[in-house]
Design a protein around this ligand. Structure first.
Ligand code: HEC
Length: 170
């Protein structure tokens, strides 16, 4: 570096669309910042993960816990003991209109998804079977799993509506 002279062009503008560059030394403040951040990162990583025990998974869990407290979901037992009433079916219809119409049609006669009013069932037409299909979906055939989206109570309601519109006799 003894023959270092600042502000000399490197002379490869012909390869770089006419753009020239210098090979000047980096400013001291920049190198200082670089060295500082390299030295600081292990300390920060150790503190973050092991001392403060922060993690994305932990923050996500905390948000989920807060949401569960704010919008309590009924327990599995509470859903299991629900009964089908006209109110439940009406709420199920509203859930259907929001989430299912796009594929199963406004009259449940099908479209992208199959007709839900006829006597032909791929996955079974009992209310429990409909609950299972809607909860778990048939991902490989294009039916999304609704359990994680709607929760057990809304799945119960929309299944009650579908069952009443179509598979009630099975
Ligand atoms: C993105 C399109 C799509 C949406 C949205 C959708 N489905 Fe489906 N659904 C399908 C497809 C495709 C199938 C056929 C799956 C198969 O062939 O196994 C299906 C199958 C079903 C079945 C089983 C039918 C049978 O014959 O066994 C039920 C019940 C059902 N859907 C209910 C619903 C409900 C209730 C909703 C709304 C919460 C909904 N679906 C939303 C695409 C969709």
């Amino acid at each position: 570096m003894s023959n270092y002279t600042p502000d000399q062009v490197l002379g490869h503008s012909d390869e770089a669309d006419g753009i020239e560059e210098y090979d000047n030394r980096l400013p001291r403040w920049w190198v200082g910042l670089f060295v500082f951040s390299v030295a600081w990162s292990p300390a920060y990583a150790v503190h973050y993960h092991f001392v403060a025990e922060r993690s994305q998974a932990g923050e996500w869990q905390a948000e989920m816990d807060a949401a569960a407290e704010r919008w309590p979901q009924p327990t599995a037992e509470a859903v299991a003991s629900m009964t089908v009433t006209p109110e439940v079916v009406a709420e199920g219809e509203a859930i259907y209109k929001t989430n299912c119409i796009a594929c199963h049609g406004p009259e449940l006669k099908g479209g992208i998804g199959p007709d839900l009013t006829d006597a032909t069932w791929i996955h079974g037409g009992s209310r429990d079977q409909i609950v299972a299909t809607v909860t778990n979906g048939v991902t490989e055939k294009g039916m999304p799993p609704w359990g994680p989206v709607l929760g057990a109570e809304k799945v119960f309601k929309v299944a009650a509506y579908v069952h009443q519109k179509g598979g009630g006799q099975y």
